[in-house]
Write a new protein. Structure first.
Length: 474
């Protein structure tokens, strides 16, 4: 069924869209980026020209010109009496389907497959006769795999049994499953901002009213805001990434973990910890304690092999108390009927050599991180770049709020990125850019060279009032 977006919602999603002249093309570019990021789904009806003009405090003729530009580029179609509707992207825009044709794709912060994966897959294939003898429908997960995952938690000091593990089809499946079971329409859910956008999408789809908890590279989690949010809104759930948070790369301190656990405990909130990046340590050292005092009932953990092994290996898991696992198993068939047997066999074999996987990953990410930081220092020294101790990306602060315009311009030069606002829960981050360092070092160096070329064009073309306003704030 087609959906609609109100003028107010579209104006919020556009954020600081007026980044170049003429204004109608800046507005059209803003809407194009929302389509490319899938923040505007295909077949979404846009506001009427008069309504959007009123919401943006501009003339109707400017909005009309923007819609004409969008029709010309194939992003929308318009019909008298039916309004303007976004179209499926197809192949008119360079996207992931063309990433092998000369484009550098940094939209997905995922490294290439671990080099030994093909060998492990070959080993698993040798046991195919045993795999196909099973029913193939297993909503809980292979006992051997659940036991192996539980053992890794126990080795961390979190005593875990196989009955407290549910194997899922990746971390995103885990997030959807938890959202559908634990969140009802209108429930408040605390989520970091910026954050992993697909988690926010899943929670919204479940009917959640998201409450943003700011996290920054310099200052970490806003604990004062956290105390207020938990006390005033009594959220049913909090979605947090405590280790190498995506996109900032920041990890929680012991104090932050303890404060957030206490605030959630007082509010009766279930904490969902997304630990998909937790193993991607480069040079952090021991993990600070935290949350483990609440493991029995109020902390749920999500993990996957997508970042550590390969994005195409769609195996994740949920760690929770046995009662919640049973409820999830009962609810799961409405979403899917289990994780494929072959992938589970591959992952089971991988876990016996997982330390080697993580050692290779650490080296790969270190090389990417250093290459990206060095290139940014050489080509864009005016940008602020912090060095994360692990994870998959840099959260870079630009010297003007032109992230969306930059992403649109550099796309035409062969580089695919996601703008800062894509990671925002409630608007903003127009002066931030996520740069994954999961690609080969030579690709990252070339990508940042393209960014530097594009930045000169975008900044020079921005309205003087926008740059002056930003410089005055800074």
């Amino acid at each position: 069924m087609d959906s609609r977006i109100s003028a107010r919602a579209l104006s919020i999603a556009l954020g600081g869209w007026r980044t170049r002249e003429p204004a109608y093309e800046a507005l059209a570019d803003g809407i194009r980026l929302l389509c490319l990021d899938n923040r505007l789904a295909p077949r979404t009806t846009l506001p009427a020209e008069r309504e959007l003009a009123s919401a943006l405090h501009m003339s109707r003729s400017t909005v009309a010109a923007a819609y004409r530009s969008l029709r010309a580029s194939g992003h929308i179609t318009s019909a008298r009496g039916s309004g303007s509707t976004t179209l499926p992207l197809g192949r008119r825009d360079p996207g992931r389907v063309l990433a092998t044709e000369g484009y550098i794709d940094l939209q997905q912060a995922s490294p290439a497959a671990w080099p030994g994966l093909a060998g492990v897959m070959t080993e698993a294939a040798a046991s195919a006769a045993g795999l196909i003898a099973r029913s193939g429908y297993d909503v809980l997960g292979r006992r051997e795999l659940r036991a192996a995952i539980a053992q890794r938690y126990s080795a961390r000091g979190l005593a875990t049994t196989e009955d407290e593990i549910l194997v899922t089809t990746g971390a995103q499946s885990a997030i959807h499953l938890l959202s559908g079971l634990l969140v009802s329409r209108g429930d408040r859910v605390v989520i970091e901002t910026p954050t992993y956008p697909h988690a926010a999408d899943a929670l919204r789809r479940a009917g959640a009213r998201l409450v943003g908890l700011p996290v920054t590279v310099d200052d970490g989690w806003d604990l004062e805001r956290a105390r207020q949010v938990f006390a005033r809104t009594l959220p049913v759930l909090a979605y947090l990434m405590p280790d190498f948070q995506n996109p900032t790369g920041r990890s929680m301190s012991s104090e932050e973990r303890a404060e957030l656990a206490l605030a959630a405990d007082r509010a009766g909130t279930i904490i969902v910890l997304d630990e998909t990046t937790a193993d991607l340590d480069i040079d952090r050292g021991p993990v600070p304690p935290g949350f483990d005092g609440h493991e029995a009932t109020s902390v749920v953990r999500i993990g996957s092999f997508g970042k550590t092994v390969w994005g195409g290996l769609r195996v994740g898991w949920i760690r929770a108390d046995a009662d919640l696992i049973r409820r999830l198993v009962a609810a799961r068939p409405a979403q899917d009927l289990g994780t494929p047997e072959f992938e589970q066999a591959v992952v089971t074999a991988l876990l016996s050599r997982f330390d080697r996987v993580l050692e290779q990953r650490s080296q790969l990410l270190r090389e990417g991180r250093e290459a990206a930081i060095s290139a940014l220092s050489d080509h864009l020294p005016q940008w602020r770049v912090a060095t994360p101790h692990g994870g998959v990306s840099l959260w870079v602060e630009l010297d003007a709020p032109l992230s969306s315009a930059l992403v649109m311009d550099v796309r035409s030069r062969g580089l695919l990125l996601s703008a800062g606002p894509r990671f925002s829960v409630d608007g903003g981050h127009d002066r931030h850019l996520r740069i994954p360092f999961t690609a080969p070092a030579e690709d990252l160096t070339r990508a940042i060279g393209l960014l530097a070329e594009s930045w000169r064009t975008v900044r020079d073309g921005a309205p003087v009032s926008l740059i002056d306003e930003f410089d005055a704030v800074v």
